[in-house]
Ligand binder design. Structure first.
Ligand code: 8YV
Length: 328
């Protein structure tokens, strides 16, 4: 058992109770202003920290890892996605990486479902029309959208979040289709009455709503290329609560503008917080500021997980949430 408290650097402001507990357990260095750290600041941190607690807004690349002092042994990320961390470089330097899976599954699935309803039913447009005084009253042909009940949903990536999306979607009368590296457990497939598509291309041309729920990895970088997006039906919608990098954002904007795709609901972007300008002017998109997991409950549970991962590691055990590159 390690007697010394680990020096733990937090790159961003975390919930108060998470930070207070960290101060009790560790020699935790906080970021009160919550200003995203510059590369120089991150370098200074990894030279000193035993443990770094980054978030999705930090780029933990090979150069940064090379600049770390030998004392840096753990990167305990606050979040599930680990595409901001160069896992191979961390492994090569013997640095363990952990994340916070599981605790943001339901919240993220809720936002995916909300977008699936919001876009075909024109919820955001309706809110705008009502507020701006453009609404002239009920009309038989006013604000018509499309029904989702009875339609087909195609989920890309049937992990925890994909399955949670499927469960919700079934409640709204959608039938479930999915593309994954391999089929899910037969029991899960039976429970969801889900249809597996080994070929993403085949699935894309047959479903009414596409939901992106796979992690961003080298294999899924721009998985939805222009060619693939063009395979979608002109009446179909795209929802992305995973990572912007999985979709060719420029191509998506073009196809939405020309109505080759009916609409999109996006919570994530390739270059956050910058958004492809063309998307901003389109009425058939709902754009959210990466709030998939943004609940107080979720953030506290993420904080708890980070603390447990650090404490377990510092006590000399393998943390449960360590990220193994081959798993991605
Ligand atoms: C998190 C996310 O809030 O966990 C993820 O992968 O995308 C987010 O919802 C973010 O990563 C925090 O670092």
């Amino acid at each position: 058992m390690n007697q010394k408290k680990p020096v733990v650097h937090l790159t961003r402001k975390l919930p108060d109770s998470t930070e207070t507990r960290m101060r009790e357990l560790f020699d935790a260095r906080l970021n009160d202003t919550d200003t995203p750290r510059t590369t120089e600041e991150l370098v200074a941190m990894v030279k000193e920290a035993d443990v770094l607690v980054p978030t999705v807004t930090d780029r933990i690349d090979a150069d940064l890892i090379a600049a770390a002092g030998d004392q840096l042994k753990l990167i305990a990320s606050f979040g599930t996605g680990v595409d901001h961390i160069d896992l191979a470089a961390a492994k090569a330097r013997g640095i363990t990486v952990t994340n916070t899976p599981g605790v943001l599954t339901e919240d993220t699935a809720d936002v995916a479902m909300a977008l699936m309803l919001a876009v075909p039913r024109r919820i955001a447009e309706g809110d705008k029309v009502t507020r701006t005084g453009e609404w002239t009253g009920w009309a038989p042909t006013g604000m018509l959208g499309h029904r989702i009940n009875g339609k087909r949903l195609g989920i890309i990536g049937m992990g925890r979040i994909g399955c949670a999306v499927a469960r919700r979607a079934r409640g709204f009368g959608l039938s479930i289709h999915y593309h994954n590296r391999k089929p899910v457990h037969p029991e899960t497939e039976a429970e969801l009455e889900a249809t597996y598509w080994e070929s993403l291309d085949q699935m894309l041309s047959r479903v009414d709503i596409v939901s992106v729920n796979c992690p961003h990895t080298p294999a899924t970088q721009k998985l939805l290329t222009r060619e693939r997006l063009e395979m979608m039906q002109p009446s179909a919608y795209l929802v992305n609560t995973s990572r912007g990098e999985v979709v060719d954002e420029d191509a998506l904007a073009d196809l939405l503008a020309s109505r080759h795709i009916a609409g999109a609901g996006l919570d994530v972007y390739a270059d956050e917080p910058n958004i492809t300008k063309a998307l901003l002017d389109l009425p058939n998109v709902v754009l959210l500021p990466h709030i998939g997991s943004a609940t107080i409950e979720g953030r506290l549970e993420m904080g708890d997980k980070v603390i447990i991962n650090i404490q377990t590691f510092w006590d000399g055990h393998a943390p449960r949430d360590r990220v193994i590159e081959a798993m991605l």
